[in-house]
Design a protein around this ligand. Structure first.
Ligand code: SAM
Length: 224
C-alpha cells in the first residue's frame, strides 16, 4: 500500500506501509535529489565535458536522476546524458504519473510506465532495467558510469541492498573518476563499501539528519 505524502520542501513522495519507509526524506524530496546526489556527484562539472552517464540505483519515481538532468542541461544544453535506472517494483513506476515535483525534466519521465521503460528526448536517454538490482547490476558494462545514485530503503530494512557483493558490482561499473552518493551513513553500509574496494567519506548533511556517504575508486576524486 502506497500512501501519498508531502515533504517539507513541498514536493510529494509516497510512504510504503509494507516496508515502513518513505521513498524520500521528509526534509525535502527535491532538495535531497539536488544536495545529496547531483551536487556531490559533480553533475555540473561533468556536464561541461559534454557527456554524462548516471546509474540511478533504486530508481523509484526517478527524482534523483531527473534533477541531475536539470542541473546538466542548465550547465550545458548540448550535453549528452544517459540515465540507467534499476528498479524492481512496477507499482512505483506507475506512480510517476501521480506526482509533479518541481523538476523541469520530470514531465518527460511521464513517458515511463511498466510497459514503456525507455525514452529519448533531445540529447537525453533514460532507461529503466526492471528487476532485482542484485541481478540486473551484473548485466551492466564495466567502467561505464560517471556517477552512481544509490538510494535503496535503509540498511536496517533492506540489508540485502547494502552487501559487499552489490558494492563490488558498483565498483566494477564505475569509471575511475566516478562518485557514488548515498543518503545513509550506516556503519554496515560503509564497512561493506570498504570491503568491496571503495573509499568512502562523509557526504552532505541535510537538516538535522546524519551525513550521507560518498564513495569512489580513487581517494583523490572525492576528498580534494
Ligand atoms: C528509497 S526508494 C527510492 C526512491 C527513488 N530514488 C525516487 O527518487 O523515487 C527505494 C526503491 O528501491 C526499490 N527496490 C527495493 N529493493 C530493490 C531491489 N532488490 N532491486 C531493485 N529495486 C529495489 C523500491 O521499489 C523503491 O522504489
Amino acid at each position: 500500500m502506497l500512501q501519498k505524502t508531502v515533504t517539507r520542501d513541498g514536493s510529494e513522495t509516497f510512504l510504503n506501509e509494507e516496508v515502513g519507509e518513505s521513498y524520500h526524506s521528509f526534509t525535502g524530496a527535491v532538495e535531497e535529489a539536488l544536495k545529496k546526489y547531483a551536487v556531490p556527484c559533480k553533475i555540473k562539472e561533468l556536464a561541461q565535458t559534454g557527456k554524462l552517464t548516471i546509474l540511478d540505483v533504486c530508481f523509484g519515481m526517478g527524482y534523483n536522476s531527473a534533477m541531475a538532468i536539470d542541473v546538466a542541461i542548465e550547465e550545458n544544453p548540448n550535453c549528452e546524458v544517459e540515465i540507467v535506472g534499476l528498479e524492481y517494483d512496477p507499482e512505483i513506476i506507475k506512480k510517476i504519473q501521480e506526482v509533479n515535483p518541481p523538476i523541469k525534466f520530470f514531465e518527460h519521465y511521464k513517458n515511463l510506465t511498466p510497459q514503456s521503460l525507455e525514452f529519448k528526448k533531445g540529447n537525453v536517454i533514460v532507461k529503466i532495467i526492471l528487476g532485482d538490482a542484485r541481478e540486473t547490476a551484473k548485466t551492466l558494462p564495466a567502467d561505464y558510469f560517471d556517477a552512481v545514485f544509490y538510494d535503496p530503503f535503509s540498511p536496517k530494512t533492506a540489508p540485502e541492498m547494502w552487501s559487499i557483493d552489490l558494492f563490488k558490482e558498483m565498483y566494477r561499473v564505475m569509471k575511475k573518476h566516478a562518485v557514488l552518493a548515498t543518503y545513509s551513513c550506516a556503519r554496515m553500509a560503509r564497512d561493506n563499501m570498504a570491503a568491496a574496494g571503495l573509499i568512502y567519506d562523509d557526504g552532505p548533511i541535510l537538516g538535522r539528519r546524519g551525513p550521507g556517504t560518498l564513495a569512489t575508486k580513487w581517494q583523490d576524486e572525492v576528498f580534494k
